[in-house]
Design a protein around this ligand. Structure first.
Ligand code: F6R
Length: 612
């Protein structure tokens, strides 16, 4: 959730650290800080509460701090309120060790007690201060190297962390340690970098190392050396990041979210293109031959948030096309409920970041039970991608806005590919229909572009809805799955209380909340359920709801029932989510905008949830 950066080289560190943090601010934005050291080893720390801009101002855009080696942090509070005191970097009592940390140290109370007993004092409420002081404690106790001290601390710490640490007696060096939190390291032209995510260092190098769990990295003299828990040096391969720097910039859009909404056609084309061969799909490259697809008895999809909503769509599509039983589970539940998995069940983990703590834990749980695992992941080299048996990379490119849009769309395409190829491999659909489905997928980007060409009506609607208190998104079948995502988009960036309901379920309790003026948004793309949903809408209307309908061109009768309608192009109904979600993303965006909110960085949220 927090973002960390590190640099050592010949240039002034502070502006580079601030620049890196600006790319990571989406990971946390309640406070930030940097520590820079000069040639004499003196460490200067500056922290500020609030957005990174406050830190930048306080340091005169980094010019106020001299030194060519440093670390930085942007925080999303877990232990201790957002404040300057709790902001990172944290320092040991005598200034010997300074560190920044992303993650959670679960046994920090116990370690704190131990350190108090050994004469340490604490000035903050953070678990990070405990980790820094524990490293200092072992450094002094065993009189060893920084690597030894960090290793001793790693053995004692329970929890997750990506840390960047500097030691007073090692000027010009930054040490990194990792367990279950993302971190990459890079070296180029005599300089070294580290960051929570590639976007922060793309500008300097695309050639990076992924540090493994319980490993240490040492950044010195333009080279990175890695060590295992025994302190032995280990070899690592460099990995080329294909995303370019421009992909992580706003490219003229006011917000990343809007840019990413417009990038959906390309994300879909690229993701589909990675498995498309002529007019057929080939999933062999992602580890699923037709033989393997035939053997699967059941599918269990595990994910969080919007990725979970993709799973809900997938359940309808896969069951309908491939006739394989599918269940969808929230990763945070799956990981603790001792799930039963069948011998030939495929566990599919969906994650944009590939680092979501619950999804990663669920993957490990499934693997420990002997299940075959398949990950649909956006971030190359992320933990989930590396640990799953097979990976299907979505080609959405870096997603910066906290509210996902293009990664969601790319995930949808990936699950459609799975459904369609599985249906074909298991002879559940005729060849002609298979070809038609593949063709239809290739047409989705053009149809999304059409939706994006005309957003005027949505802007008008959004401006009128900015003051509503409650919104309900209703639908049946795949339309219910779309409603889940539309509702999440609305609540997370506009702060309007919003719920998604399977339309038929409303009358079992929730309809009591519908009163004069309540906004009810109905998604109506599934022709077989058209009449059913219309009767649910009428039930809401007769209780005073304002009705907004989202349907496909041709369903013009809906105007008799609704107050406002938005049409999307027709597609095969299995793929309706890909089109219907776009107006819902735009609606949430424009409502947030008209309320003057921070669209890209909504309160209390962070982009990748690497803590439980
Ligand atoms: C909502 C959103 C989140 C993520 C969820 C899972 O807009 O982005 O709900 O979908 O936190 O994240 P990943 O896909 O990185 O595992």
């Amino acid at each position: 959730m927090c973002g960390i950066v590190g640099y050592t080289g010949q240039r002034q560190a502070a502006p580079i650290l601030l620049d890196g943090l600006s790319k990571l601010e989406y990971r946390g934005y309640d406070s930030a800080g940097i520590a820079v050291r000069d040639g004499n080893g003196e460490i200067e720390i500056v922290k500020a509460k609030g957005r990174l801009a406050a830190l930048s101002e306080k340091t005169d855009c980094g010019r106020a701090l001299a030194g060519t080696c440093g670390i930085g942090h942007t925080r999303w509070a877990t232990h201790g309120e957002p404040s300057e005191n709790n902001a990172h970097p944290h320092l040991s009592d005598d200034g010997n060790v300074v560190g920044v940390h992303n993650g959670i140290i679960e046994n920090y109370q116990e370690l704190r007690e131990k350190l108090l007993h050994n004469g340490y004092h604490f000035y903050s409420d953070t678990d990070t201060e405990v980790a820094v002081k524990l490293i200092d404690y072992y450094y002094k106790k065993y009189l060893g190297t920084p690597v030894d001290a960090i290793n001793h601390a790693m053995v004692r710490i329970r929890g997750s962390y990506a840390m960047a640490i500097m030691f007073k007696e090692y000027p010009g060096e930054v040490f990194a340690a990792r367990k279950d939190c993302p971190m990459i390291l890079g070296a180029a032209d005599g300089e070294c970098y580290l960051a929570s995510d590639a976007t922060a260092i793309l500008k300097y190098t695309r050639s990076v190392y992924y540090i493994g769990d319980l490993e240490i990295g040492r950044l010195k003299d333009g080279a990175v050396t890695f060590y295992n828990l025994d302190g032995d040096e280990i070899e690592k391969e460099k990995v080329e990041i294909l995303w370019d720097e421009e992909a992580a910039e706003k490219a003229g859009y006011e917000h990343f979210m809007m840019k990413e909404i417009h990038e959906q056609p390309r994300a879909i084309t690229d993701t589909l293109g990675s498995v498309l061969e002529g007019d057929s799909l080939n999933l062999e490259g992602v580890g699923l031959t037709d033989e393997a697809l035939k053997e699967i008895s059941d599918i269990c999809i595990v994910a969080c948030g919007s990725a979970y909503h993709v799973g809900v769509v997938a359940q309808y599509v896969i069951e309908d096309l491939a006739k394989v039983p599918v269940r969808v589970e929230l990763a945070s539940e799956f990981r603790y409920r001792k799930p039963l998995l069948k011998e030939k069940e495929l566990v599919v983990i969906i994650s944009q970041s590939g680092e979501t703590a619950d999804s990663l834990a669920a993957l490990r749980e499934a693997k420990s039970m002997g299940a075959k695992t398949f990950a649909i992941v956006n971030v190359v080299g992320s933990s989930i991608a590396r640990e799953a048996d097979h990976v299907f990379y979505t080609m959405a490119g870096p997603e910066i806005a906290v509210a996902t849009t293009k990664a969601y769309s790319a995930q949808l395409i990936a699950v459609y590919c799975l459904a369609v190829q599985m249906a074909k491999a298991r002879a559940q659909i005729m060849d002609a229909y298979y070809k038609e489905l593949v063709k239809e997928m290739t047409l989705l980007p053009g149809k999304i572009n059409k939706i994006l060409e005309d957003t005027g009506r949505l802007q008008w609607l959004a401006a009128r809805q900015a003051n509503v208190k409650d919104a309900f998104f209703i639908g049946r079948g795949i339309d219910y799955a779309i409603s889940l995502e539309g509702s999440l988009k609305m609540k997370e960036i506009s702060y309007i209380h919003s719920e998604a309901y399977a339309a038929g379920e409303l009358k079992h309790g929730t309809i009591s909340l519908i009163e004069n003026g309540t906004l009810v948004i109905s998604v109506i793309t599934q022709s077989g359920l058209y009449e059913k949903i219309v009767s649910n809408m009428v039930e809401c209307k007769s209780r005073g709801a304002q009705l907004f309908g989202l349907t496909t061109y041709g369903n013009y009768n809906i105007e008799d029932t609704t107050d406002f309608v938005i049409y999307v192009p027709k597609t095969d109904e299995h793929f309706a989510a890909s089109l219907a979600v776009v107006p819902l993303q735009l609606l949430a965006y424009y409502v947030s905008l008209s309320k003057g909110l921070d669209v890209d960085k909504p309160r209390n949220l962070a982009k990748s949830v690497t803590v439980e």
